[in-house]
Design a protein around this ligand. Structure first.
Ligand code: BGC
Length: 383
């Protein structure tokens, strides 16, 4: 299988070739995710747009507060990558405790700075309509990064890992981990989902439940708390504190006389909090899923404490965004590979989706070929 890096590079080359040859792929804009051309690369869409903008222009990046390591890394990688590509990056983070209002103000400031593209990792995807309308009126292109922006037509593109697939991989890993545990089914599990103001949270959960619900229905899995819908399982603000508290409450409320065999956790930060709660309750460590490949979780996977994570390589995702910025700069439409899945309530946002990779002890040594920094963490920690 091709690595994400290869796919991203392939897209860059394809896009560059199309720009150079003045070629259009006409009528194939609706290519589904992972559609390939003969050259093994994804399709580009539609005719070049009029315009483009100067190299050296300001490119705005508005990121949410730092609720996981990938957000922490994204700022520095955008800064470096956009500078190397010849732009003037202006990278902002929403303030903790005041994320929505501060991000709205930061977007307004980016418009004033004259940003030609505004890349937004939304603090709350449903609260950005007003500032983004202004960005569009000022002629900027708006790219939703990682999290979809909802209920506005003032968003041009969406770039992300395939979030539903992330959830499916988590659900599959949970089942595999339970099977591998050697304990007989039925298995007791609990379900956690992310923050309700993040559109991704529901998509991850639905992806996971597409795998887990049939196994709950046939009795292979049991959820002793009975808390099986996204509202009951949500962790406000994606904080470890809130996840640990909910895990402790579940353990004292429903597990005094039984084992907790597995937990669907939507990301690594919450996974470690859940594992900490289980250890604290003296219950033994359940099979716990995750996402983001946080450094501490990679070590916990090597140690056998956390079962799984997802490689959603931040450098690969940002590479793709910068490819799109280059296309827009040259006056083209940006490359997309999905024009169906991401309806934000007002429009279907053309998206570029990248395939996530599930990581367990079994493949951790080879799963980070696209991310030298994480490969180094693994190589440095291996026993
Ligand atoms: C991201 C995840 C991250 C979570 C919390 C989501 O929108 O896709 O990678 O773990 O936010 O920061």
């Amino acid at each position: 299988m091709k690595s994400n890096k290869f796919i991203a590079t392939g897209v860059l080359l394809t896009a560059a070739a199309l720009v150079l040859s003045g070629c259009q792929s006409g009528g194939r804009g609706a290519a589904p995710a992972e559609t390939s051309t003969d050259a093994g690369t994804t399709e580009t869409t539609e005719a070049p747009a009029a315009g483009g903008f100067e190299k050296g222009s300001v490119i705005g990046v508005a990121l949410p507060d730092k609720t996981s390591e990938n957000w922490v890394r994204a700022g520095a990688i955008f800064e470096e990558g956009l500078t190397e590509a010849g732009y003037k990056p202006s990278v902002q983070y929403a303030s903790e405790g005041d994320a929505v209002a501060s991000q709205q103000q930061q977007i307004e400031a980016l418009i004033t700075e004259g940003a030609k593209v505004i890349i937004v990792g939304a603090a709350d995807g449903s609260q950005l309509g007003a500032p983004l309308e202004k960005a569009k009126a000022a002629g900027a292109t708006v790219i939703a990064y990682d999290r979809l922006i909802l209920n506005t037509d003032a968003v041009d593109y969406y770039v992300a890992f395939d979030n539903f697939k992330v959830g499916e991989l988590q659900g599959q890993a949970l089942l595999e981990g339970l099977e591998a545990s050697g304990k007989p089914s039925p298995w007791n599990i609990e379900l956690f989902s992310g923050s309700p103001d993040d559109n991704n949270a529901g998509v991850f959960f639905n992806g996971a439940m597409s795998v887990l619900q049939p196994k709950i229905d046939d009795g292979t899995l049991v959820v002793p708390s009975g808390q099986v819908d996204v509202a009951q399982t949500a962790i406000q603000d994606w904080t470890a504190e809130n996840a640990q508290k909910r895990a402790e409450t579940l353990l004292t409320g429903f597990y005094t006389d039984k084992d907790l065999n597995g937990v669907l956790s939507p990301n690594d930060n919450l996974a470690r909090a859940i594992i900490t709660a289980a250890e604290g309750a003296g219950k033994g460590i359940p099979v716990v899923t995750g996402q983001d490949s946080e450094e501490e979780s990679l070590k916990w996977i090597i140690d056998g404490k956390q079962y799984q994570t997802i490689n959603k390589s931040t450098p690969v995702l940002i590479d793709q965004v910068i490819t799109m910025v280059d296309e827009l700069q040259a006056g083209s439409e940006a490359t997309v590979n999905d024009t169906e899945q991401y309806d934000n309530g007002v429009k279907v946002v053309p998206a570029y989706l990248i395939a996530p990779i599930s990581v367990t002890q079994a493949n951790i040594e080879t799963a980070y070929a696209d991310d030298p920094k994480l490969q180094e963490v693994i190589d440095g920690y291996k026993k």
